[in-house]
Design a protein around this ligand. Structure first.
Ligand SMILES: [Fe+2]
Ligand SMILES: [Fe+2]
Length: 184
């Protein structure tokens, strides 16, 4: 089930043109914008890879373009993990797995965060369990890689700018390779 790096690139080529939540960017544009924001902050290759791949689950899932409009939580934060486990360790997989919970955390802890979310992110939040309680937020942020997941989440939220210029996918192959477990 695990994908090779070439197969990941092929998946972006085949399905990256899909609309992302109907918000004016495609899946590929969203991924590239998130990765470019990570790179601009000097993030480690594993974190750039997590930013690039955080929504791969939307592309392996085939739930249609905006499943939240049908009241469906596609659980995409988990869907990609089996496909990536052969290539990547927890430093890439955990931030991907936790990027939805990071939104629930930020809603609970950061004033104004919820209000600034996109319409689809607000809609999916309800399906995903809503904001964390104070206790849940404390428990979440103590989990390994939760801080990284929060960083990925903040780039994720910004990576919805129609027409924003980014490097092409090929630019990020170096980070995708450097982040692989066997390259450590
Ligand atoms: Fe996501
Ligand atoms: Fe995303």
């Amino acid at each position: 089930m695990s994908l090779t790096l070439s197969e990941i690139l092929l998946l972006f080529a085949r399905k990256g043109g899909r609309a992302y939540d109907g918000e004016g960017v495609t899946q590929l544009e969203h991924a590239l914008q998130a990765a470019a924001l990570a790179e601009a902050e000097g993030a480690l290759p594993s974190v750039v890879a997590a930013a690039l791949l955080h929504d791969l689950g939307h592309m392996v899932n085939d739930q249609g373009e905006t499943p939240t409009l049908r009241g469906v939580d596609d659980l995409h934060q988990y869907a990609a993990l089996p496909f990536l486990r052969g290539l990547y360790g927890e430093d890439v997989l955990e931030p991907i797995k936790l990027h939805v919970d990071a939104k629930r955390y930020l809603c609970a802890t950061r004033p104004g965060y919820y209000e600034a979310l996109s319409a689809d992110s607000k809609r999916s939040l309800t399906l995903q369990g809503g904001p964390f309680s104070a206790d849940e937020a404390t428990a979440f942020i103590e989990r390994p890689f939760a801080e990284t997941a929060v960083r990925v989440r903040l780039w994720d939220d910004q990576a919805k700018r129609s027409g924003a210029a980014t490097p092409p996918l090929a630019h990020f192959i170096a980070a995708l390779e450097a982040a692989q477990r066997h390259s450590e």
